[in-house]
Design a protein. Structure first.
Length: 234
């Protein structure tokens, strides 16, 4: 399906490192799992086999071998943050559509205690001179006391992970861009990482979104990416 044509199968075949809510989707069947840790690989294999009542889920240690399978339509990338980019590129180059399960950065400041609720698998806290706000994929939201009068409850469950999964699967079949597409995810993550770099350096930074770089700050710009070990490269 890498030619961009409309999907025609009745069931999507997926390979993943984590099943999550996908197991409950009727048109999805997990046929492979890849993980370098034996215990995780075997545990997820058992989850898939128990769900489908067979032993058809194959296991892999090397993600290139999984992506090389021609019967897999999409993959779920559920690695740690250091491997998200590389695994996604490997999947894309292999002609596989990818759904990333991303863990947003939580604050590590031990002084921050009030209001830090951990609102799901993806929680985020924004702090500024005028207050703070926290939210996550549970759809819950909390704010500092001074911002409470401006709060408006969100009734639609737009941040529910099930809605992202449903949208992704629909787009696999229709070939439309998902709501959480690569550009939207990129800009959202850049904002979070820029804030985290400022927190690590302990000072205010000026960020140019057009150049995707900090203005006149070599130290901050060096922190935009991590060095890769050989033979990995982007």
């Amino acid at each position: 399906m890498s030619d961009g044509s409309v999907f025609s199968r009745r069931r999507l075949l997926m390979g993943a490192a984590d099943l999550g809510a996908f197991l409950d989707q009727r048109e999805v069947q997990f046929v492979a799992v890849c993980d370098v840790r034996d215990e995780r690989r075997e545990a997820v294999e058992k989850m898939a086999d128990d769900k489908y009542g067979n032993h058809d889920c194959r296991t892999y240690w090397d993600m290139h071998e999984l992506v090389a399978r021609t019967d897999i339509d999409a993959v779920l990338v559920a690695t740690g943050d250091r491997w998200h980019t590389m695994a996604s590129i490997v999947a894309a180059r292999g002609g596989r559509l990818g759904k990333l399960r991303t863990l947003h950065a939580n604050t590590l400041d031990p002084k921050v205690t009030h209001g830090w609720l951990g609102m799901g698998t993806c929680s985020v806290r924004f702090e500024g001179e005028g207050g703070w706000i926290e939210t996550g994929d549970t759809g819950k939201m909390t704010l500092s006391e001074n911002l409470q009068p401006e709060f408006h409850a969100v009734t639609e469950r737009g941040t529910d992970p099930q809605s992202h999964i449903r949208d992704f699967l629909n787009c696999v079949k229709s070939r439309r861009q998902p709501r959480a597409n690569a550009d939207a995810a990129c800009h959202a993550h850049i904002a979070c990482h820029a804030a985290y770099i400022a927190w690590q350096l302990g000072r205010k930074l000026a960020f140019d979104p057009a150049q995707e770089a900090f203005v006149g700050d070599a130290a901050a710009n060096r922190m935009r990416s991590r060095a890769l070990r050989e033979p990995w490269s982007l």
